[in-house]
Design a protein around this ligand. Structure first.
Ligand code: G6P
Length: 610
């Protein structure tokens, strides 16, 4: 999704901005631009494509010490130079960068055009530049102009504005799109994501919704949009830059797949009480009783997080015996859902910023439900707005296709399940202990799977030209099939469908011929015998069968063209293992097809628009 960087200080602003934008590349974007103040005038450079292309076309701006930069992921208007940010007013003296969507932009544009404003782009953002121009003409003060302009706006924004008339000031504001301010020595920065600041400072202030910041090189002043001063504590960032760099792997995605023994361990660290066969999560302590007494869970999420939610449904219903409904956040928020007394809503989100999930969470709260978060990014909006929650502690995930966040989400769902099942006495102490012991073994089992990446790579070589894939599983393996298919289509652009294996005969079976690879997740679990028949059905129609199976499964060896083995574990934990070969398969197929694995076309890491 779009990225924002702003700088005011003593260094070469263009350089700082370009470096910052490069750190934000992982968010996904299709054009980039910067504006710096050069000899009293705004110098703006913009281009479709990558930041490296922008860098090559920059003027020599060594004397510039203030500026703003942006990577845009197109929503209104195609990704071209004109639509790239920054956008300017009529005079070209005010420049703005914006994340989010101005919903009433069309009405505002008509009004401003009738007042004589000339528009250059098709974007919603440009109306803000002209609105600010209007108020700046009247009040001759950028902060006031921004504040008054924002009062006329519906929608979401994270913006940074600069003006020739106030050459040492950046004005920023937020509603719905994250912004973090970095505090330096004779310099201050602002960005949509702390990774763009960390090279310069670890002291940060998070801007909250409906707040405005006036930033100079010496000072940062916060106010709300009602013009009242706001006090905010400075926070110290603890994560390292190396953590968000590739660490020797060819791509972030591969690095993140290989990190999973550690990230999964981090997700459970300190949360398992071996002797009592139960889990404990600090973020839920206050609401433990409520959760244990819940009559129903409603889990809301998008994308990969939604697949994690679906795994949660299978395991929580089976062990903790609480009915679970899983909904796409985007559907929940608009269908006037019925929430009853005793319902608890959970929002699962890696980024904690996905707009649909956030809006669904707010909708649930509006309806009076208790709403808890399962989030990766600390301090993100969903984390802050949830009544309680659990961080998954997977660390920064940079590859757009989610991998390590998914397995950590599964760990946390298992922790919640274990807690509930023990509290509600639907499993015994002995069963609880068995789960705890097995959870401790999971990191080593993952290690074994990633060590076998070479075998998956050779299977990828064989199937890299396939045009379609089917992923099939039953029970808890069904969401894994969905996730496997999503991974493949996201990064290799091969059409892939995940299906409950038994449903295959009601449609997808018509597609099977010698050109159709079918990937089965066929573990020795409660659905094993059934899925063997489904595999036979594909074989009978000459489909290519790739199976994710448990070690030493002789029956499957006769049926499958390829077997990728995973260690045995408890059924509730098995998705944490069985998904990993599927992540690797899609990774290698995408690499072999020459695709941009970490930044697939049209996708964004953090989707902060509807
Ligand atoms: C985007 C990403 C997906 C992710 C989804 C939900 O589409 O590309 O990888 O699963 O958003 O994101 P969240 O941050 O809420 O988990």
């Amino acid at each position: 999704m779009c990225g924002i960087v702003g700088y005011v200080g003593v260094k070469n602003a263009s350089k700082v901005l370009i470096e910052g934008l490069k750190r934000l590349e992982y968010r996904g974007y299709d054009s980039a631009g910067i504006s710096v103040l050069l000899n009293g005038h705004l110098a703006i450079s913009k281009t479709p494509g990558k930041v490296s292309r922008l860098e090559k076309m920059l003027p020599d701006a060594g004397s510039s010490v203030i500026g703003i930069g942006h990577t845009r992921w197109a929503t209104h208007g195609e990704p071209n130079t004109v639509n790239a940010h920054p956008h300017t007013d009529c005079s070209g003296r005010i420049a703005i960068i914006h994340n989010g969507i101005i919903e009433n932009y069309s009405a505002l544009r008509t009004k401003l055009a009738s007042m004589g404003h000339a528009f250059k782009s098709q974007t919603d953002t440009e109306v803000l530049a002209h609105l600010i121009e209007e108020f700046n003409k009247r009040f001759m003060n950028l902060e006031i102009a921004v504040r008054l302009a924002l009062k006329e706006v519906d929608g979401t924004f994270g913006i940074v504005v600069m003006s020739e008339s106030e050459p040492d000031v950046l004005v920023a504001a937020r509603r719905g799109s994250p912004l973090v301010i970095g505090l330096g020595d004779s310099e201050n920065l602002i960005a949509s994501d702390a990774s763009a600041l960390i090279k310069h400072t670890r002291e940060v202030i998070y801007l909250h919704d409906n707040e405005i910041a006036v930033i100079t090189k010496e000072k940062v002043q916060l106010k709300n949009l009602e013009d009242e001063a706001v006090e905010r504590e400075t926070e110290h960032l603890t994560f390292d830059l190396e953590q968000i760099e590739k660490g020797g792997y060819a791509h972030f995605m591969l690095k993140e797949i290989h990190e999973q023994p550690d990230t999964v361990l981090n997700s459970m660290r300190g949360r398992l009480i071996d002797a009592d066969g139960i889990s404990m999560m600090g973020g839920l302590r206050e609401v433990e009783e409520k959760i244990a007494k819940a009559r129903r869970f409603v889990i809301l999420a998008c994308g990969t997080s939604w697949h994690a939610a679906l795994v949660g449904k299978y395991i929580i219903e089976q062990y903790a015996k609480i009915p679970v409904e899983v909904d796409y956040a985007s559907e929940f928020r608009y269908r006037n859902p019925v929430l009853l007394d005793g319902d608890i809503v959970w929002a699962i989100s890696q980024s904690g910023e996905t707009l649909d999930t956030l809006a669904a969470l707010r909708e649930a709260k509006k309806k009076g439900a208790d709403a808890y978060g399962i989030v990766n990014v600390v301090g993100s909006t969903i984390a802050r707005e949830s009544d309680a929650g659990v961080y998954i502690h997977a660390g920064p995930e940079i590859g757009v296709a989610s991998t390590k966040a998914f397995t950590s989400q599964l760990v946390v769902l298992n922790l919640i399940n274990l807690y509930l099942a023990r509290k509600r006495k639907s499993i015994t102490l002995e069963q609880g202990k068995e789960i705890v012991e097995e959870m401790h073994r999971i990191p080593d089992k993952i290690r074994k799977i990633v060590e076998n990446a070479g075998q998956v790579e050779s299977i990828a070589e064989e199937f890299k030209e396939s045009r379609n894939f089917l992923y099939l599983g039953r029970g808890v393996n069904f969401p894994v099939a969905l996730e496997g298919a999503l991974k493949l289509k996201e990064i290799s652009y091969i059409h892939a469908e995940g299906y409950p294996a038994a449903e295959m005969k009601h449609g997808p079976i018509a597609l099977i011929d010698e050109n159709m690879p079918a990937v089965f997740i066929a573990l020795r679990d409660s659905t094993y015998d059934k899925i063997l028949s489904n595999i036979q059905e594909v074989r009978a129609r000459k489909g290519n069968v790739i199976v994710i199976a448990n070690e030493a499964d002789d029956r499957l060896k006769e049926l499958a063209d390829h077997i990728i083995e995973v260690p045995t574990t408890l059924e509730a934990l098995s998705p944490i293992l069985s998904v990993i070969p599927l992540q690797l398969l899609s990774y290698y197929i995408a690499v072999k097809r020459g695709c941009n694995v970490d930044q697939p076309r049209n996708l964004a890491k953090s989707v902060t628009v509807e």
